[in-house]
Design a protein around this ligand. Structure first.
Ligand SMILES: Nc1nc2c(ncn2[C@@H]2O[C@H](COP(=O)(O)OP(=O)(O)OP(=O)(O)O)[C@@H](O)[C@H]2O)c(=O)[nH]1
Ligand SMILES: [Mg+2]
Ligand SMILES: [Zn+2]
Length: 493
C-alpha cells in the first residue's frame, strides 16, 4: 500500500452505496469476454487433464505468475468462461430483492482480478498511481478492463476517487413532491450537468421525457441518477467538477423503520438529505384548497421512522438536512403569507436567488425563520421541534417545483419553479462544494487590534489609542475557507 498524501477522494458506489477510500483497499476489475484469470485454478482442478492442456494452449498461458496474493508461484492456469460472482449474487438477492434463480443467472459473469502493483500482467499509468494512490484504468494482459466496486462488483463511475462525490437522498411521504422536485432541479441546473451514470436519468427527469407528473415512485429499490456538476468559483470564474448522485425513494417506503431498512440503503452514507413535507396535508391548507381534510398523520410518522432508522445512539444526525415544504404555491392564499409582503415574496413565483452562482446565507436564514414561524402559526410547531431533535444541521425551505397547482389549475401551465435551487445550493455549501459571499466593514486601529463587530467599537476598545481605519472586505468562500480567508483579509494592509 502506498503511503503519503494523495489527491484522492472517497469513492461512493452508486449501486450498494458503500463509501470507501481507494488507497485503503485493492481495486477490482472485471475481465473482458474470453479473458482468463490464472488465480482461479480451483475450478480447473476438477477438470480432466485433457481439458486442462487444451485450455492452456488455447489461451497461451505459459507465463508464471508470482503474486503476493496467491503466495504461490505455480504455473498460471486458465479458467475459461463465466463464473458465479458471489458479490453480485449477494447484491441481487439482498439489495435488489431478486429471486435466487434470476440473481444466479445475472451473477454469472466474467471473472475479475484484483489490482496488484507488482503483478506482471497488470499495466497501468505509474504517474496516476503516484498522484492518486490508486488507478482507475488498467490493462490486464494487454486489454483494458473495467473497474468494479470491491464490495458489490457493479461498475464504478468513471472519475470516482478523483472528483468529490456527493450523494443526495430524499425522504418524504407519498405524493410529497419528491420526484417532481428532482425533475425541476435538474431542469434548473441543467446547463451545468452531464449525465454519466447508467440509463436511469429519465426516472429522475420527467420534464425531459415530456411527462410532467410522474406516477407514484416504484417501491422496489431504485437506481440512482449520477451526474457531473460544474460549479463556478464566483471570484476566479474557474470551474470545479463534482460527481452528484441523486437518490429518489417511494414515499411508501419511508413510513416505517422496517420499510426504510429494506430499501433506503443510500441513506446512511448520504452527503445531504432533502426531507420533503407536503403542506396540502395540513388541515388549514387543505381547507383553503377546498380539499376534504387529508390527515398529516402518515407524514408525521416519518420522523419516528427516520429517527429509529438512523439509530444514532441518542446523538443528533450530522448529515446536513434541508427540510423542504413543497408545493409552496398553495400557501399564497394563507393569511400568514398573503397579508405580509416580507413573507409573501417567498411563496410568489420566480426567485432571482435561484440563478445566483453563490449561496446567500442571510436569505437562507430568513426563509428558515419564516418557515418555522409559519408551521408554528398553523399549529404544526411539532414539525419544527422534531426536526431540531433529530437533525444537528438543518434548515427549513419553501419550494414550489411547478409554481402552480395542477390539481386546481390543470396541467398545461408553464412551469415556474420557485426557490427550487435554494435547498440544493445550501446542501452543496455544507459539503464544501459551493460558495457563499461575505461583505462587511472592519475597523482597525494602528495598535493592531482589529474590530469586526461595531458594538465592540465602543466601550473599552474605543479608549485604546491609535489611528482608526475602516475598510470594506468583500469575498467569496467555501465553508471550510471562511476562517482563514477572513483572517488573512483582516491582516492585509
Ligand atoms: N401545487 C403543487 N403541486 C405539486 C408540486 N409538485 C408536485 N405536486 C403535486 O404532487 C404530486 C406528486 O408529486 P411526486 O413528485 O410524484 O410525489 P412523490 O413524493 O415522488 O410521491 P411518491 O413517488 O409516491 O413517493 C404531483 O403529481 C403534483 O400533483 C408543486 O410544486 N405544486
Ligand atoms: Mg416519486
Ligand atoms: Zn458497490
Amino acid at each position: 500500500m502506498m503511503t503519503g498524501s494523495h489527491k484522492c477522494e472517497d469513492i461512493l458506489c452508486t449501486y450498494c452505496y458503500n463509501k470507501f477510500s481507494p488507497i485503503k483497499m485493492n481495486m477490482h476489475y472485471r475481465l473482458n469476454d474470453g479473458m482468463i484469470n490464472p488465480l482461479h485454478k480451483s475450478v480447473e482442478e476438477d477438470k480432466s487433464p485433457e481439458e486442462e492442456t487444451k485450455t492452456e494452449s488455447e489461451f497461451d498461458m505459459g507465463r508464471v505468475r508470482t503474486s503476493r496474493r496467491t503466495g504461490s508461484s505455480s504455473a498460471a492456469r486458465a479458467v475459461k468462461g463465466k463464473r458465479l460472482d458471489e458479490k453480485l449474487l449477494k447484491f441481487y438477492t439482498e439489495r435488489m430483492g431478486m429471486s435466487s434463480n434470476e440473481a444466479q443467472s445475472r451473477a454469472m459473469q466474467n471473472d475479475y482480478v484484483e489490482f496488484d502493483a507488482d503483478a506482471p500482467e497488470i499495466d497501468y499509468d505509474l504517474n496516476e498511481w503516484k498522484k492518486y494512490g490508486f488507478v482507475e484504468s488498467i490493462k490486464y494482459n494487454g486489454q483494458r478492463v473495467k473497474w468494479i466496486c470491491p464490495f458489490c462488483h457493479n461498475p464504478l463511475v468513471s472519475g470516482s476517487g478523483k472528483k468529490k462525490m456527493l450523494l443526495f437522498s430524499v425522504i418524504g411521504d407519498t405524493n410529497a413532491g419528491k420526484t417532481v422536485y428532482f425533475s425541476a432541479l435538474q431542469r434548473l441546473i441543467g446547463d451545468r450537468l452531464l449525465y454519466i451514470g447508467g440509463d436511469d436519468s429519465d426516472d429522475y427527469n420527467f420534464f425531459a421525457t415530456g411527462t410532467r407528473l410522474p406516477s407514484s415512485t416504484n417501491t422496489k429499490p431504485l437506481p440512482s441518477c449520477t451526474m457531473m456538476y460544474m460549479q463556478e468559483n464566483p471570484e476566479t470564474k474557474e470551474n470545479e467538477e463534482y460527481i452528484l448522485v441523486f437518490c429518489d425513494i417511494a414515499g411508501e417506503n419511508c413510513t416505517s423503520e422496517q420499510k426504510l431498512k429494506k430499501t433506503a440503503f443510500n441513506l446512511p452514507n448520504s452527503s445531504a438529505i432533502l426531507f420533503m413535507i407536503d403542506p396540502t396535508r395540513f388541515e388549514t391548507i387543505a381547507t383553503i384548497m377546498g380539499k376534504k381534510g387529508e390527515s398529516d398523520e402518515e407524514q408525521y410518522k416519518l420522523f419516528t421512522a427516520v429517527y429509529n432508522f438512523f439509530d444514532a445512539g441518542g446523538n443528533k444526525l450530522k448529515i446536513p438536512t434541508a427540510v423542504v415544504i413543497t408545493k409552496s404555491d398553495v400557501l399564497k392564499a394563507h393569511s400568514f403569507f398573503s397579508g405580509d409582503d416580507d413573507k409573501n415574496k417567498f411563496v410568489m413565483p420566480y426567485s432571482s436567488d435561484d440563478h445566483a452562482n453563490f449561496v446567500s446565507l442571510p436569505i437562507i436564514d430568513e426563509v428558515d425563520g419564516v418557515t418555522r414561524d409559519f408551521l408554528r402559526a398553523i399549529n404544526k410547531g411539532v414539525y419544527v421541534s422534531n426536526v431540531d431533535m433529530i437533525f444537528e444541521n438543518s434548515k427549513f425551505f419553501l419550494v414550489s417545483s411547478l409554481g402552480y397547482d395542477p390539481e386546481s389549475q390543470g396541467d398545461d401551465n408553464a412551469i415556474m419553479p420557485n426557490r427550487v435551487a435554494e435547498p440544493f445550493k445550501w446542501l452543496l455549501y455544507e459539503n464544501d462544494a459551493a460558495f457563499s459571499h461575505r461583505s462587511e466593514k472592519i475597523t482597525r486601529r494602528s495598535t493592531g487590534i482589529t474590530l469586526l463587530n461595531k458594538k465592540l467599537d465602543k466601550g473599552i476598545f474605543s479608549k485604546i489609542k491609535g489611528k482608526e481605519e475602516t475598510k470594506k472586505i468583500d469575498f467569496y468562500y467555501k465553508k471550510s475557507e471562511l476562517k482563514k480567508k477572513l483572517e488573512s483579509l483582516k491582516e492585509e494592509p
